[in-house]
Design a protein around this ligand. Structure first.
Ligand code: BGC
Length: 474
């Protein structure tokens, strides 16, 4: 983690303040998520209910990119050396999934494209791949579903990875060519463009701590990657605007709630993490100024004027809260912990619904006019024992934010079917629909009925209605 790096350079300060730290930690009381009543909360007319499927995480059959290559390497981080061969087989089964989405009454759907499939070799676009994406968009249109369309999420064609990824000016030019071709071709069929997903995570985990491709451990390069991705987004924004009739262009972005364990150094590191992960990158897309600094490490302050004002909407991905503390005994000197005794997902992430409200509120304080769509909220929960409650509790907080004036326009559960969870492999089960990895068959989890009920009624169920809905009675 980036914090490991940060903290190694802060070791001296840590020693000096450790006493105060422990004391602070004892004093600080963490609240569990506050409970608010979800019953019957009704959403504004026109609120968009949807789910989504990602390219690498759902399509299957993508072996021509840097992630596939990592999975095939001897030091693959994926448990058991598992490889993402078929994912949810979405590339072949998309009609089946769109049938489900339509039957369940959703109003939109998100898909993405896999660059290595579209452009297997530099400069050669694969017509068959493009035709399939076109067929997906047409199918969604025919069904009366609005489309969210994402261009890039973590994976690079091998040729682009080998040429330096977004650090290379040539790849940056290839990216612009790709975006222009997609905008020209698919412009009339896309309602919401997203240029990329979780850029800051890619920069930090890919270039700072080396967990994901290209697995570089150099915090300076991570900060340059922030800048490169801000530029890549800004180019894409202008190109899509040029090629379409002013289609809304945004980005999908991951937020974590960080809370200090209580000591002064904990609080300092927590604020830095919050700034680096949650706000620095985003700020550049609003103001054209990128300012990001790692305590005791590199800083980057630069003007990227072409990036100013390049967000027409923002996709909010929110999953969890983490408690941050400095601890010399921990690996790298920092702990990112889940509070004891709180409900957690199968991945051990705290279920903290109030955090979604906090993210929305903080966003609207910074950027009051920016339309927000919750593009991902969900959990790994194979037996679906926590998902129904998770959905209604998070939605109650979304409703609360809306009633206080935050411009939230839609909500997407993540995800429709079980997905490939990057370096965690296929273990975590996020889907409203379970996927049998051997056959590709989909089976609804009870939560699929609940989400369908909510989308069809545009409100949360009344107290006492849940069981009937979950067992298929409504
Ligand atoms: C990513 C997804 C991932 C989810 C849960 C999101 O921010 O976009 O790819 O499955 O987090 O980890």
């Amino acid at each position: 983690m980036v914090v490991l790096w940060i903290l190694s350079s802060l070791a001296v300060v840590v020693v000096l303040t450790l006493g105060a730290q422990r004391l602070g930690r004892m004093v600080k009381q963490h609240r569990h998520s506050a409970a608010i009543d979800p019953s019957g909360r009704t959403f504004p007319d026109g609120f968009i209910w949807f789910t989504g499927e990602d390219a690498y995480q759902h399509e299957g059959g993508n072996r021509n990119n840097d992630w596939a290559r990592m999975e095939e390497s001897p030091d693959t981080p994926v448990p058991g050396g598992e490889r993402n061969e078929m994912a949810a087989d979405f590339f072949r089964r998309y009609e089946e999934d769109f049938d489900v989405v339509q039957r369940d009454g959703h109003q939109a759907h998100r898909i993405g494209v896999e660059w290595s499939r579209i452009e297997p070799e530099r400069g050669r676009y694969d017509e068959a791949a493009l035709a399939t994406y076109q067929a997906m968009l047409e199918s969604l249109r025919r069904r009366g579903l609005q489309t969210f369309f994402n261009i890039w999420h973590f994976t690079l064609p091998l040729w682009a990875a080998d040429d330096g990824g977004f650090e290379s000016e040539r790849v940056m030019a290839d990216w612009q060519r790709l975006v222009r071709m997609l905008a020209r071709r698919f412009g009339p069929m896309v309602d919401f463009w997203s240029t990329m997903i979780d850029s800051q995570i890619y920069a930090l985990r890919g270039y700072g701590v080396g967990e994901i491709p290209p697995r570089v451990r150099d915090m300076k390069r991570a900060l340059w990657m922030y800048e490169a991705l801000v530029r890549a987004h800004a180019h894409a924004y202008r190109i899509i605007k040029d090629e379409t009739e002013d289609a809304p262009v945004g980005q999908i972005y991951f937020f974590d709630i960080y809370e200090s364990a209580g000591g002064p150094l904990d609080a300092f590191i927590t604020r830095r993490l919050d700034s680096i992960f949650n706000w620095a990158y985003l700020g550049a897309l609003r103001t054209g100024r990128l300012s990001v600094s790692v305590p005791g490490g590199p800083s980057l302050r630069t003007e990227i004027p072409e990036a100013a004002g390049t967000l027409d909407w923002l996709g909010v991905n929110y999953y969890r809260r983490q408690i941050i503390s400095v601890d010399l005994k921990a690996s790298g000197g920092v702990r990112q912990e889940t509070l004891p005794g709180v409900p957690t997902t199968d991945m051990g992430w705290e279920i903290y619904p109030e955090g979604l409200f906090l993210v929305l509120e903080r966003l609207s304080r910074r950027y009051p006019e920016l339309p927000l769509y919750i593009t991902e909220s969900g959990l790994a929960d194979a037996d679906d024992s926590r998902r129904p409650r998770y959905i209604t509790d998070h939605l109650a907080w979304v409703h609360e934010a809306i009633s206080r004036g935050v411009p939230v326009r839609g909500f997407s559960y993540w995800s429709l079917t079980d997905n490939w969870e990057w370096i965690e492999g296929s273990g975590p089960k996020f889907g409203l629909y379970a996927v049998d990895l051997a056959t590709g068959a989909r089976t609804p989890r009870p939560s699929a009925r609940l989400f369908s009920w909510i989308t069809r009624n545009n409100r949360l169920p009344d107290f006492g209605q849940m069981d009937t809905i979950l067992t298929g009675g409504e």
